[in-house]
Design a protein around this ligand. Structure first.
Ligand SMILES: [Fe+2]
Ligand SMILES: [Fe+2]
Length: 241
């Protein structure tokens, strides 16, 4: 993969691996390894953040022969041990992005889980009760980590990898009442500071829309596997970056 040429990036979110499954992504990862140069996993990798679920996915990641990068999702936090989930996946060879960006084949990758908080007029402000401020702090902190990761990149092209959505466009199809729980515009504010971001991938919105854009026009793809399957009859997206 010489720097300067485009690379093919596969992206899939919301794997939701359960503990009774048997090599659920083995064949799919083999197919993706033949079709792409890099595989991005966009969170909700496990169903409940259980050690046993992470180990099942780790075995499938070991069978993948292209670089695997990604972020955790809210489901990976459910058992209160996201560090354990991340370390099991890391030991299997996955780079768990979280502030630390990486470069592969001349393309940069920065990622965070992200958080909720809403968009535009509906964005929750850091006002009033301490717990409301703490909630907004979490969204701001995720955006800050993403910004730092993107700022550290020296590549001309990069991809931002998220679980929560940075825009409303890719949430269309979900009930409007829950949009504010599906993402945060603060993530898009961070992304739009950088000319080198060529694409954003996220998951979480299982019933959303495949493609959208940030205010500055950077393409955003909802790669939740259920959304991508509707679009392409396969559960992963392929992007030329
Ligand atoms: Fe999910
Ligand atoms: Fe999620």
């Amino acid at each position: 993969m010489p720097a300067g040429n485009t690379i093919t990036v596969a992206a899939i979110g919301d794997l939701h691996v359960t503990e009774d499954s048997d090599a659920p992504y083995r064949d799919l990862f083999a197919e993706i390894s033949r079709a792409a140069d890099v595989l991005l996993l966009c969170g909700d990798l496990t169903n409940f953040g259980k050690t046993s679920e992470a180990q099942i996915l780790a075995d499938d990641i070991r069978a993948c022969d292209i670089p695997v990068l990604g972020v955790l999702g809210n489901h990976d936090f459910e058992c209160g041990q996201p560090e354990t989930v991340a370390s099991i996946l890391h030991e299997a060879g996955m780079t768990v992005l979280d502030e630390q960006a990486v470069e592969i084949g001349g393309v940069g990758f920065a990622g965070v889980k992200g958080f909720m908080g809403g968009f535009g007029r509906g964005e929750l402000a850091p006002f009033g009760e301490p717990i409301a401020k703490a909630f907004v702090d979490e969204a701001m902190n995720e955006a800050r980590k993403l910004e730092n990761g993107l700022r550290s990149l020296r590549t001309e092209r990069s991809v931002a990898v998220l679980h929560y959505s940075p825009v409303c466009d890719t949430l269309e199809g979900e009930p409007i009442e829950i949009f504010q729980y599906l993402g945060s515009a603060r993530l898009a504010d961070a992304i739009d500071r950088f000319d080198h971001v060529k694409a954003v991938v996220h998951g979480h919105a299982h019933h959303g829309t495949y493609e959208g854009r940030t205010m500055r026009g950077i393409p955003v793809y909802n790669v939740a596997q259920f959304v991508v399957r509707e679009q392409f009859k396969r559960p992963y997206a392929l992007l030329e970056i």
